[in-house]
Design a protein around this ligand. Sequence first.
Ligand code: AGP
Length: 614
Amino acid sequence: MCGIVGYVGPKSAQEVVVEGLRRLEYRGYDSAGVALVVDGALVVDKKAGKLANLEKAIAETPLPAATTGIGHTRWATHGPPTDANAHPHLGESRRVALVHNGIIENFDALRTQLEADGHQLVSDTDTEIVAHLVELQVRSGVDLTEAMQRVCQVLEGAFTLVAVDAEDPDRVVAARRNSPLVVGLGEGENFLGSDVAAFIEHTREALELGQDTVVTITAAGVEVTDFHGVPQEGVRYHVDWDLSAAEKDGHDWFMRKEIFEQPRAVADSLLGRRTRTGALQLDEMRLSDQEIRDIDKIIIIAAGTSFYAGMVAKYAIEHWCRVPVEVELSSEFRYRDPILDFSTLVVAISQSGETADTLQAIRHARTQRSKVLAICNTNGSTIPRESDAVIYTHAGPEIGVASTKGFLTQLVATYLLALYIAQVKGTRYGDEIAEVMHQLEAIPAQIEELLGRSEEVYELARAHVKATSVLFLGRHAGYPVALEGALKLKEIAYLHAEGFAAGELKHGPIALITDGLPVLCVVPPQGRDQLHSKMLSGIQEVRARGALTICLAEEGDEAIPRYADHLIRLPKVPVLLQPLVATVPLQLFACELATGLGHDVDQPRNLAKSVTVE
Ligand code: AGP
């Protein structure tokens, strides 16, 4: 959601900024623009649509050389995606250019005041207001840094702002509140980005910024203050992935590449989790054994795919730890007046670590004195920073908007958390925990084997490009898998898809079954006989009404083939771990079907990778 880049240094600012925007494209956007500082004036170019439109405009009318610049990819909130609403926005006298991610909540009042003072506003955006306000400040005689500090004091809402002043060509100033911003530290040059992908080809040294900070970058250095000018320290860190991790590696889509990276992502997320004696250790757990023993309820909060990981976690934690678990959509959490106290552990699951709904939910939980543990894939992002403890997943950067390896590694992290709590509370013996760890450690090879058969799934997907609706059925841990399979199809194939708990079918959804309707059925492993036979009945029920059944069943399950129009074999794994393998064919199915329909799989319409507005 909105990509932001800033640069000061010896290189061509236009090239650095446009390349940075390209690397942030995955965040989702609908217009793009740049502003350069050239000989005491601003040069701005911005276009609705994809970055290619802006690049075409620049190719037709090249911009003058500059070494200071900012850029933006906008995901529309206030006003449609037009050239006029694209960022950067300018102040009244075209001295300040500014880009923005987030929402300024007191925008109406500020706009009314500016208009009353005679300002001409040319866009529908909240951003333009801020450009005017910052420019008023620099024209009053303060420098851009102080101007930004003063304006931030009157803004309400969530924002990352980045600005340049035509009369102060050697600095870029940015501010953040509840919205992502990271500094890239170079040699004789510095960078700003919504995330490190914006500058990873130039430097892997980064500076994480605290809440409510203003940062000034010049070619020579970086200064951080709060909104009142009081100096602040950023946290310096080294980015442990490089440019190649953000490239497609021969695949047509980042999503497909990321699906195929899952064996490694799962293996990496399991690495280093055991001591020499075999006990589980979680590096950034930061909760004492006593605090864990005191937990009498767990509430998991998350959105979208991460929410489905939370649903699987509930089965695992309740089974292994005997602690009651609630799973709640983060956007709903604080509005239901949840019952929380110091003995409630709140687990926030977020791939990006920036999802605004989840962030607000953990803030609410912490005001109620609950401990918050984040499961996150993005080092230095806001959610883990504001949590008491964190388990980082090691998926590497996830670029495709549709989460794949993010999901599987979240599952791994939740299993680790469950086993760790079981170890501390003593609800499972050490050898039982070791056995699950062995089963988990076998998963990467099993996913690899499944991926080796991807062509079977692709064929099925290609055969269904004309489908207008697809249903997914699952039970127990297979139910969230069904929901995830349906979400993938909705997101990237724009196809009506629904996931159901198979037992719910006859309470309504079975009325949807028509002749030839594809129904993907996630069959639980055979060891769980009741579950298995109930699922079998569900499959028979839909088939009897004309559905075309595509069954995902484990190797050796001979009860299913006769009811399956198509069969996808899954490796044999325990029921609780089955989502780690059963999800993979559903990802492949959605990716191939969306490709067949000619959609942009990595950047589906209307969606953003990290949803930083509530
Ligand atoms: C997944 O494919 C989605 N794009 C989306 O549902 C996502 O999982 C959700 O927005 C939560 O994001 P997060 O994990 O970064 O918090």
